[in-house]
Every structure is written in structure tokens, then in C-alpha cells.
Design a protein around this ligand. Structure first.
Ligand SMILES: [Zn+2]
Length: 202
């Protein structure tokens, strides 16, 4: 009986996560990686819960996740939002940031708990940035990049000392995206104050 209860709880958690991720328009491959559910079961879930016409319309995405690292630093706004997400990954214990601002993975491989934590991080990000530049799949790609290779790292701003996401192959001017945006925004109140809109610290 206990075994049956545990199995039911596990399956429910898998399905809950799949529905949560479909709601964020995650790709089928990403959902499979976190839930262990087959493509066929995800397709049926999508058909049952999201294609009936009564609920919210979501697109089912297939194929590969976006990968280009440059996208995260393409504009100061993208860079600021990527930095927010990294701070939320750390807050949800998906990564650990050490005293030297180096990022370390906390999870050996994606699983259901990892997926729920990523959803929580992404949902908080959506609350902080109502018109988000980064889709759920970009958030997934960002998490893979910061934990699996060293193309992205946390640089430190010379102006406000905040950490921010930077491309290891880009020229770094030691200026965080918040300071960059503040310096480019004319202010009626006088000179820009870069420390007033720091990105979330990690
Ligand atoms: Zn700064």
C-alpha cells in the first residue's frame, strides 16, 4: 500500500511539473529531461489540458533549445534580466555562487525537483520583469550554460560593485547593465545615480 502511495505521489509530481512547464511553453525535450515522461505522454497531456479551447492557449514547442551565449549580453536589458535569473537560480539552490562570484551546480542532473525549482525561479522573474526578454527556454539554456561550461561568468561592476552576467569572449568594461542603462538615461533630477538601480545581488 505504501509503495502504491509513493508511486502515486511521484507520478503526480511528474505530471504537475509537466503541466507547469507546458504552461511556460517549454520544449518537449526539456520537459522529458526533467520529468522522465515520454514524448507521447507529454503530447497527450498537452492535448488533454491545453488544446480543448476552454483553457489558456499555449504553443507546443519542439526541437532544440536556443543556445547562443551572446543573446544573454546582446543588450544591457538582456544582460540585466539574465543576471536577475542567475540570482534567482542561486536563491532556489539550483546553483551556488561562491565568495569569488564563481558559479557551481547544485544538482547532478535535472529531475522533478530541479524542474519545479526552475519554474519557481522563472515565475519570480516574470513578476519582476512583466515583459520578459527571456523565454522559459532561454532561462533553461542560461542555467545549462552557467553550470556546464565557462562561456558565461559573473563580472563585477567597478561603479556599484554588483555582479552581472558576462560573456567570457566579450570585452568587459566593468560596467554592470544597470549602471549602463542609468548612464544612458537622461535624468531631470541631475546626473545619473548608478547605484540606485542595481541588479539583484548574487
Ligand atoms: Zn554597476
Amino acid at each position: 500500500m505504501r509503495l502504491t502511495d509513493d508511486r502515486y505521489a511521484n507520478e503526480k509530481s511528474q505530471f504537475d511539473l509537466a503541466l507547469r512547464m507546458i504552461g511556460h511553453e517549454a520544449r518537449t525535450g526539456t520537459i522529458t529531461e526533467c520529468t522522465g515522461l515520454s514524448d507521447d505522454r507529454i503530447r497527450k497531456l498537452y492535448g488533454t489540458y491545453f488544446r480543448s479551447g476552454t483553457g489558456r492557449r499555449v504553443r507546443r514547442r519542439r526541437g532544440k533549445s536556443p543556445q547562443q551565449v551572446q543573446f544573454f549580453v546582446k543588450t544591457p536589458l538582456n544582460q540585466l534580466e539574465a543576471t536577475t535569473l542567475v540570482a534567482l537560480f542561486a536563491a532556489n539552490l539550483l546553483i551556488r555562487v561562491d565568495a569569488k562570484h564563481r558559479m557551481h551546480p547544485c544538482w547532478p542532473r535535472p529531475d522533478v525537483e530541479y524542474g519545479h525549482r526552475l519554474c519557481r525561479a522563472y515565475e519570480t522573474y516574470q513578476l519582476l520583469h512583466p515583459s520578459p526578454k527571456l523565454s522559459f527556454e532561454w532561462a533553461w539554456a542560461l542555467l545549462q550554460h552557467v553550470t556546464r561550461n565557462e562561456e558565461l561568468y559573473l563580472a563585477t561592476c567597478a561603479g556599484c560593485h554588483a555582479a552581472y552576467v558576462q560573456d567570457a569572449y566579450a570585452l568587459d568594461h566593468a560596467e554592470c547593465p544597470a549602471c549602463s542603462i542609468a548612464l544612458k538615461t537622461p535624468s531631470a533630477a541631475g546626473p545619473p545615480a548608478p547605484t540606485r538601480s542595481k541588479p539583484a545581488r548574487v
